[in-house]
Design a protein around this ligand. Structure first.
Ligand SMILES: Cc1ncc(COP(=O)(O)O)c(C=O)c1O
Length: 463
């Protein structure tokens, strides 16, 4: 077979498989599994089939795709059903799904403009839109990564390097050993991804100051330690359990900004700043130096997609710079020198498609609709006598049902009913049910069905 015949065959195979994959995707969307959100035990029991395929006896591409559809699809969580309220897992909007199919077909490496002019142009455009829609300072730059954990690492490492550089310590040549003192301050309610980030950035837990938080998970501004030298302060927009944010303005305006770097972990809560009705919950968030957020949570971009925004683009570039003889350096925006990864998916493509087609007003309306749905949960559950552990301010609802045992039993019963999916957590010493409205497609009917399922579980457990 000649080379060109081979590539024609490949092309035909690609098209056949792509049609088959699109058809399977359409069937997935159309089959609503009778409103059941989580997989049945029968579907889960089939999953072992994936590890029964061996690399010594491969199956055809068609058979692989068929297994993905017949065994994989039924064992997924219906994250886009409008009734998945677990973790802070967002859905995917129609245009984002469509754009990611096209972008997957392009198979671009977005590391460098030379690798993909299209990916680079879209990356730059989406980054500007993100800064704008989030109401962050216009001089900031944004870059895309795998999630808010990576965005936290990027922002915090940039802040660390910048503060050391200001103190005359070039971390790139001298490393961390013997570095001048740097105060690291976080809330005791910081997300685990911040704890992990600080570990990776070289700050052991014994060297960190933890500031107490109030009963909604907001850092207590009056409990902030005195800051008398270079300091890295990590604040939070959107506590993972309650959705409440730290009092940014009060805390930041008390600092000497000449030798402090404020990073905000805003994995989902930063999006409140895109919504006029919710902005007051994150008041002053724009005063920080760097921010981490996610596209795959509340923006409903597909997985995986995180975003770091930095007010000091030169500091970000200094920390993240990567150069090699085979990589031509010029003044163009270069994704691999604005983040941790070299090769990377063109994650900005679906983000750009969402922002370009929804616009400022559309995004604000979609996010607000999640907040209204969360409030509806709060109102209906409290009307039924359920205890709300913190006021609903954005998209998170945190409730408890008397004892820890009863709460755990009700969470389990709701999960088993599969009408919706909610998670369990421990918040300030108490077991709680977390309801996160992060799929923009959630309707009032979805909320009502979920509340009915929770109340039914409550009745079952109390009998
Ligand atoms: C407040 C907060 N920060 C960081 C993260 C980590 O985000 P990711 O899973 O995208 O890395 C989460 C995840 O839920 C979060 O809620």
């Amino acid at each position: 077979m000649s080379g060109s015949e081979g590539s024609k065959d490949q092309q035909a195979a690609k098209l056949d498989l792509l049609h088959a994959a699109v058809a399977a995707s359409v069937r997935y969307i159309e089959a609503d599994r009778n409103g059941v959100v989580s997989p049945t035990p029968e579907a889960l029991a089939q999953l072992g089939a994936f590890s029964q395929v061996s690399v010594d006896s491969p199956i055809s591409p068609e058979a692989a795709l068929e297994m993905l559809e017949t065994i994989g699809s039924p064992a997924t969580m219906r994250q886009n059903s409008g009734r998945y309220f677990g973790f802070v897992n967002g859905g995917v909007t129609p245009v984002a799904l469509a754009a990611s199919v096209l972008s997957g077909t392009w198979d671009q490496n977005a590391a460098l403009p030379a690798m993909s002019p299209a990916a680079a142009a879209i990356d730059g455009a989406a980054a500007e839109m993100i800064v704008d829609v989030l109401g962050l300072p216009a001089e900031s730059t944004a870059s895309f990564c795998g999630g808010a954990t990576l965005a936290n690492i990027t922002g915090i490492v940039t802040g660390r390097d910048h503060l050391y550089a200001q103190a005359g310590w070039d971390i790139h040549t001298k490393g961390l050993a013997g570095a001048p003192p740097l105060q690291v301050i976080v809330s005791e309610e910081a997300h685990v991804s911040v704890t992990k980030t600080l570990r990776i950035a070289g700050f052991g837990s014994d060297t960190i100051t933890y500031v107490p938080a109030d009963s909604s998970g907001r850092m207590d501004a009056d409990a902030m330690p005195d800051v008398d030298g270079p300091a890295l302060l990590i604040l939070q927009a959107g506590n993972v359990n309650t959705g409440h944010s730290d009092p940014f303005r009060t805390i930041i305006e008390r600092l000497d900004r000449s030798n402090t770097w404020v990073h905000v972990d805003g994995a989902f809560g930063l999006w409140a700043n895109a919504v006029p009705e919710r902005r007051h919950h994150v008041e002053g968030v724009e005063l920080a130096d760097s921010w981490a957020t996610d596209g795959h949570k509340w923006l409903n971009a597909p997985y995986d997609c995180g975003v770091v925004v930095c007010r000091h683009p030169e500091a970000l570039k200094h920390s993240m710079l990567m150069s090699a003889a085979y990589v031509e350096a010029n003044d163009e925006r270069t994704a691999m020198s604005l983040g941790l990864q070299m090769s990377q998916a063109a994650r900005a493509v679906p983000v750009w498609a969402i922002l370009a087609s929804e616009g400022r007003a559309g995004i604000a309306a979609s996010i607000e609709s999640s907040c209204v749905a969360a409030e509806r949960f709060g109102e209906q559950l409290t009307a039924a006598g359920v205890e709300l552990l913190a006021p609903v301010v954005i998209n998170q609802v945190l409730v408890a049902f008397g004892s820890d045992e009863a709460t755990d039993a009700i969470v389990r019963a709701v999960q088993e009913s599969a009408v919706c999916w909610v998670g369990g957590t421990t918040f300030q010493g108490r077991r709680a049910m977390r309801i996160s409205v992060s799929d923009m497609s959630t309707t009032h009917d979805d909320v009502d069905a979920a509340v009915a399922s929770i109340l039914e579980a409550m009745a079952q457990v109390s009998c």
